[in-house]
Design a protein around this ligand. Structure first.
Ligand SMILES: Nc1ncnc2c1ncn2[C@@H]1O[C@H](COP(=O)(O)OP(=O)(O)OP(=O)(O)O)[C@@H](O)[C@H]1O
Length: 266
């Protein structure tokens, strides 16, 4: 994309996330449920961090609070030092379910955010061309979502989130519903995009191999209430080729994570 177009759409700032003393209690009529307690997490600009943990430990709740879709009960979240008080274009979201507009074409879905921002048709076209190319969807630009496979729909969802040039990409099990082969392809495509676009990524998965393959750091959570148990830096080569999955460091980390998670689920 040209510098001028990038300047037009890029939200300024670098994308560091600071989570301090975060707690969440869900309150119903007569009951209270403490979902998160004292979560502290610092994520640097352009870092790729993944959260893993047993079902119900509060991973999605953290992501929703960072997204500004849910209020915290204690503590705070800051994005580049600014307190998060609600949703914003500086944070892009990609979930497991395909949240595309079914009546819009692939290109129109990608251009949706830039259009809302008032970006001109010409620049919108340049933006969608760029993301169609990096998600390898050029041939499908005029298709509508129901004509696409699951992997393609998820690529459109990522392209659409990226087209807003967010500082931070929040991804909640985005590849959870895909078949094994498509999932691997999507992981590689995501890393390529992350490398080109230099966006901070906060990712959630149940898949340990996916966490190791993608991340620079893995945060393991426990439940009752949801809290951070340990953080693991991933010291694999920066270039994650498929062979990296056989790397001794990969296998060691997989054993450590599996043991920690198994222990917590017992
Ligand atoms: N709106 C809500 N009202 C009441 N309880 C909620 C609400 N949202 C989430 N919870 C509870 O908070 C806990 C954490 O939920 P959350 O979805 O964040 O977990 P998770 O780790 O993402 O789970 P999973 O891996 O299964 O997606 C769960 O016990 C859930 O039932």
């Amino acid at each position: 994309m040209s510098e001028a177009v990038l300047q037009a759409v890029k939200v300024t700032g670098s994308g560091s996330i600071s989570i301090q003393g975060l707690g969440k209690t869900f309150k119903a009529k007569k009951t209270e449920f403490r979902a998160l307690a004292n979560i502290n997490l610092e994520i640097g600009a352009n870092e790729f961090v993944t959260i893993v943990g047993p079902s119900g430990c509060g991973k999605s709740t953290i992501l929703r609070i960072v997204a500004g879709l849910e209020e915290s009960s204690e503590g705070e979240v800051r994005l580049d030092g600014e307190l998060v008080v609600g949703p914003g274009a500086d944070r892009g979201m990609v979930f497991q379910g395909y949240t595309l507009f079914p009546w819009l074409s692939v290109r129109q879905n990608i251009e949706y955010g830039p259009k809302l921002k008032g970006i001109s048709i010409l620049d919108r076209r340049r933006i969608s061309n760029h993301y169609l190319r990096i998600t390898r969807l050029e041939r499908f630009a005029n298709h509508i979502p129901k004509q696409l496979s699951g992997g393609m729909k998820q690529r459109v969802a990522i392209a659409r989130a990226m087209a807003n040039e967010p500082k931070v990409l929040l991804m909640d099990e985005p590849f959870g519903a895909l078949d094994a082969q498509t999932k691997l392809e999507m992981q590689e495509a995501l890393l390529e995009m992350w490398d080109t676009e230099k966006t901070t990524v906060l990712f959630i998965t149940h898949d340990i191999d996916e966490a190791i393959f993608l991340s620079q750091r893995i945060v393991v959570m426990g439940a009752g209430p949801g809290r951070i148990l340990r953080e693991f830096p991933v010291t694999l080569p920066a270039e994650r080729t498929p062979e990296v999955r056989e790397h001794p460091e990969f296998l060691k980390l997989r054993r450590e994570l599996a043991a920690l998670l198994k222990h917590k689920e017992e």
